[in-house]
Structure formats: C-alpha cells, structure tokens
Design a protein around this ligand. Structure first.
Ligand code: GSH
Length: 212
C-alpha cells in the first residue's frame, strides 16, 4: 500500500496514525504542493490523501482508508464513538486552521521543497485565509479562541491511551488535530490533553512537528 500525502496534512495523518497503530508498514510518497499532476493522474482530481492499494486501485476518503487498514489482521479500533468528539473535532478544526496554515510553510516540510511549491501554497491559501504575516500577528487572539475548545477536550478525555478509554475512530479524529495544533509555539495543552498527546504520539512512534 502506498499513501500519497502532505506531511502537514492532518487528514493524511489519520491514515498514517492508523497504520502505525497496527504496526503496518505503509509506503509513503510526499507530494510537492504544486504537483497536482500526480494526484490528477491517480484519481482524476487534486485531492490528498490517496491510498493506492496493493492491487493498484486508488482509494479516496481518509476514514475509508482507516477502516480498510484496520481490517488487516486484528482490529485495533474496537471502542465506541461519542458524538461529542466528532462535534468537537469539527468545531476545533475551524479554530486551529488560522493558526496552523500560516505556520506550515515555516517548518521545512518536504511538500514545500521548492520555491514554486511553497509559493503555490501561500498564494492558494491566502485567498481563503488572508495574508500569512497578518494572520500570525493575530496569534494571541487565535490562541484565546482555541483554548476553550482544548479545555472542553480536557474534560472529554477518558484516558491518556484512548480518548474514550478504548481506541476508536474518535482517536483518529482527535490526535491529528492535536498534532497540527502543536506547531503553534506558546500554545499550552491542558493537562489531560498533553498526557493524551504525548502517550499517543509515543505509542505510534511519531515525533511532533516543529513548533514556531
Ligand atoms: N473527505 C476527504 C477530505 C480530503 C481533503 O480535504 N483533503 C485536502 C487536504 S487536507 C485537499 O485535498 N485539499 C486540496 C488541496 O490541498 O489542494 C478525506 O477525508 O480524505
């Protein structure tokens, strides 16, 4: 199986995290941000992640990829899901985006490995999110808006090893968002969130991204 991904992409990280939880080796291709041709060549449109199965068939939709990988061998995501977690994740991703988006290009990630790829990202995203320097200048207000969501999560976390006590799809919703949020220097996770983040990242043997 081969995953086409961007290193910064939290949706891609859902799939990588799932494979890591299964201790299943996933071949990975990090696509340059301006390399739409590779993605269009695989599935006819610019979308990421793409999982190419061993039979050569490409798969779209990260949660389908997660379920597909979990069907290999013993199932790992056996726990129940809670509606509050999915709601929390939807709400929170809107609040992390203005913080994380203008930071990713500063992290030296492989998808931004050429000037053209870097500029492609900045030009595209600033149409939606605004000027990156101005966005980063609002870091304090953006953190203030995000903190109540992290406090909510702090109360929802049942165990450092699984948000609902037993691993479930909710962990796939939560951990990638925390990995993204952790690129924001000066953002302090509440106690349970920090324990959960550290324990899960260590379980899947991933280092956090740099924080700026
Ligand atoms: N529902 C899809 C959503 C995938 C998605 O939104 N991917 C984003 C990147 S995170 C994308 O393809 N954006 C287009 C782009 O970067 O040009 C999934 O879960 O896999």
């Amino acid at each position: 199986m081969r995953l086409y991904l961007f290193e910064h992409c939290s949706i891609c990280f859902r799939v990588r995290m799932m494979a890591a939880l299964k201790r299943l080796h996933l071949q990975e291709t990090v696509v340059l941000e301006d390399d739409s041709d590779t993605l269009i060549g695989l599935v006819g449109k610019r979308v990421i992640p793409i999982l190419v199965k061993d039979d050569g068939q490409p798969m779209l939709e990260s949660m389908d990829m997660v379920a597909y990988i979990d069907r290999h061998g013993d199932q790992v995501l056996t726990g129940p899901q809670r509606g509050e977690i999915a709601t929390w994740a939807d709400r929170t991703s809107a609040k992390t985006a203005p913080l994380t988006m203008p930071r990713y290009p500063l992290l030296g990630l492989p998808e931004f490995g050429t000037i053209a790829a870097l500029d492609h990202y900045i030009v595209r995203k600033r149409k939606t999110f605004g000027d990156f320097v101005e966005l980063r200048a609002k870091t304090r207000e953006q953190i203030d808006a995000l903190m109540p969501e992290l406090e909510t999560l702090d109360r929802l976390i049942e165990s450092p090893t699984a948000v609902n006590g037993t691993l479930s799809l909710d962990d796939v919703r939560v951990l990638p968002l925390l990995r993204s949020a952790a690129v924001v220097k000066g953002l302090r996770f509440p106690h349970n969130v920090r324990d959960y983040f550290e324990s899960m990242m260590s379980r899947i043997r991933y280092q956090p991204l740099p924080a700026v």
